[in-house]
Design a protein. Structure first.
Length: 140
């Protein structure tokens, strides 16, 4: 049974956690590993180098949209392949993410969290609700 009193807060907490995670990983690729370094890493694991740019932008924009609660259902679903790619990269490293080169449990958890967000949708406390009921237009 879903507790209708707390479900909107659960959706908000999940959305914030997932959005911040995507943004943090995009910024990690850009600012810490640098884009040339990220391209090199993608190539080292057998992925096309230019895909690093696509993934970084998808994580940054997607994370911001999820965080705001704008099309969270669709954005989360669209980012599942990115997370499955991360799962693929870490699959051979063992269970724990603290293993050398990171394990696969964290990407697997994120796949599940993104699927849960896709099933749940934006939730009550989301920008999408302001757009739907015209509240933003009333603010102007």
């Amino acid at each position: 049974m879903i507790d209708n009193r707390t479900a909107p807060y659960a959706a908000l907490v999940l959305r914030i956690a997932l959005g911040v995670m995507f943004i943090a990983h995009a910024l990690l690729k850009y600012a810490v590993f640098t884009m040339p370094g990220t391209v090199q890493f993608f190539e080292s694991v057998g992925l096309p180098g230019p895909l690093a740019y696509v993934v970084t932008v998808a994580e940054l924009v997607g994370g911001a949209l999820i965080l705001m609660g704008a099309w969270s259902r669709w954005v989360s679903a669209a980012l599942v392949p990115v997370l499955l790619g991360a799962l693929f990269v870490h699959a051979g490293n063992g269970w724990l993410f603290t293993n050398a080169n990171g394990g696969w449990e964290y990407p697997a958890f994120l796949v599940i969290a993104a699927v849960a967000q896709a099933l749940l949708g934006d939730g009550k406390y989301a920008v999408a609700n302001l757009l739907r009921d015209g509240s933003i237009a009333k603010l102007a």
